[in-house]
Design a protein around this ligand. Structure first.
Ligand SMILES: *Cc1c(COP(=O)(O)O)cnc(C)c1O
Length: 395
């Protein structure tokens, strides 16, 4: 069966798919239909944080699938309550709503912010941000290219420059109810928020009763060396959105709401048919346990440092690399040429990374990535950059 022609004929053409057809995965490795192995240093766009098919996770998936998969949210199950408690204890005094994707998490956060100070419905968002593709989340996204075909969007969003407190303040009005912030902009090119900027924004929000919504769909779940990235910043979000790594491959998102705001949300105000099923919440609970019991946060810090050092060494060798930036296992290199061809060449050399924002290569390995795997990836990148330098061409 020719899978690619099936895609061409039957699958909506919303993605630029490349490379072979993959059939299996284990840890940081994928295997294609011919048995060729690929090193995956960008597993699932930040989703597969335990690598592919973690043995313990697969076992729990099987076990829960044979016990109870789905239950509507007008009934009680154990797993959802236990996961909500776990998330609350690991973050701040809060209550949790479960949905199925990052965008849905952002949508819920936007709705909840409407209840905060009725009549105030303006939300500050950042230039270059990314919050998802549904219309509300898209309206909150500060990138024209994603929005241009889909007007009219939801009103009430004002864009501020990232890492510019004065600009942020100039966008605030009496009607401002919330700000939505990624502490490291992922799709926007891995831009890390300054500590001082975040401190000022957080203090300003608190003083002016503006909700601070932190979108940790990409940075959460240990990616930056702490369970949540906001913990590097000495702040407490009012609303925290988690998704990508939360289920390590199973679709689930969590909207974590500070008690004070949680108290104003009443039955019927929001819902999700699939949200927080016994199946996904059991899996997400296990993800937290695995992160803890395998001491993955230490590995993230250690390998993150090593990855950064290795990328900086590459930068010293190739003037094509302008900057290396990121935190722990969320790293990027900004190049002086388009990076889509580099992504393509890497794929041909059996390495999976990501190209974003025209000239940025993003590397976000599984939290249990090994030093030897980072070395293998860097060696392939070095080959590619050497060839570009020699041919003075990006492909
Ligand atoms: C990926 C992402 C989203 C959207 O998540 P989906 O599951 O694709 O809807 C939202 N916010 C951030 C920061 C993301 O990285």
């Amino acid at each position: 069966m020719d899978i690619k022609s099936l895609y061409k004929r039957y699958s909506l053409n919303t993605y630029n798919r490349q490379g072979p057809v993959f059939v299996k995965g284990k840890g940081s490795w994928l295997e294609d239909s011919k048995g060729v192995r690929y090193l995956d240093l960008f597993p699932g766009w930040g989703v597969s944080i335990l690598g592919h098919c973690h043995r313990r996770l697969a076992k729990v998936i099987g076990d829960q699938a044979s016990k109870l998969i789905h239950l509507p949210n007008n009934l009680f199950s154990c797993q959802q309550a236990i996961l909500a408690k776990k998330i609350s204890q690991l973050s701040f005094r809060s209550k949790v709503f479960f949905a199925n994707s990052g965008a849905e998490g952002v949508e819920a956060a936007i709705k909840f912010s409407r209840l905060w100070r009725p009549g105030c419905n303006q939300i500050i968002v950042m230039q270059n941000s990314f919050h998802g593709r549904t219309l509300g989340a898209l309206s909150a996204t500060g990138q024209k290219k994603h929005k241009k075909h889909f007007k009219p969007l939801l009103g009430g969003f004002k864009e501020a420059r990232f890492n510019d407190f004065d600009h942020f303040k100039s966008k605030v009005s009496a009607k401002t109810s919330a700000v939505i912030l990624e502490l490291i902009q992922g799709e926007g090119g891995v831009n890390v928020a300054d500590k001082n900027y975040v401190k000022k924004v957080a203090e300003f929000c608190q003083a002016n009763k503006i909700l601070l919504i932190i979108d940790e769909v990409q940075t959460g779940m240990g990616r930056t060396g702490k369970m949540f990235c906001y913990q590097h910043y000495n702040l407490k979000p009012d609303i925290l959105v988690l998704s990508k790594g939360l289920g390590a491959g199973v679709p689930v998102s969590a909207i974590v709401v500070k008690k004070r705001i949680a108290d104003i949300i009443k039955p019927g105000m929001h819902a999700s048919t699939f949200g927080g099923s016994p199946f996904v919440t059991r899996v997400a609970g296990e993800v937290f346990d695995i992160i803890k019991e395998e001491d993955l946060l230490s590995n993230v810090r250690k390998q993150g440092k090593y990855l950064k050092r290795s990328l900086l060494k590459l930068k010293d060798k190739f003037s094509l690399i302008k900057r290396v930036r990121g935190m722990a296992l969320m790293q990027a290199i900004e190049c002086s040429c388009p990076t889509a061809p580099i992504f393509k060449t890497a794929l041909k050399k059996k390495l999976i990374i990501n190209s974003t924002h025209e000239n940025v290569l993003r590397i976000m390995p599984a939290l249990n990535v090994k030093k030897a795997e980072i070395d293998q990836g860097i060696a392939i990148l070095e080959d590619i950059f050497r060839a570009i330098k020699k041919n003075k061409k990006c492909r």
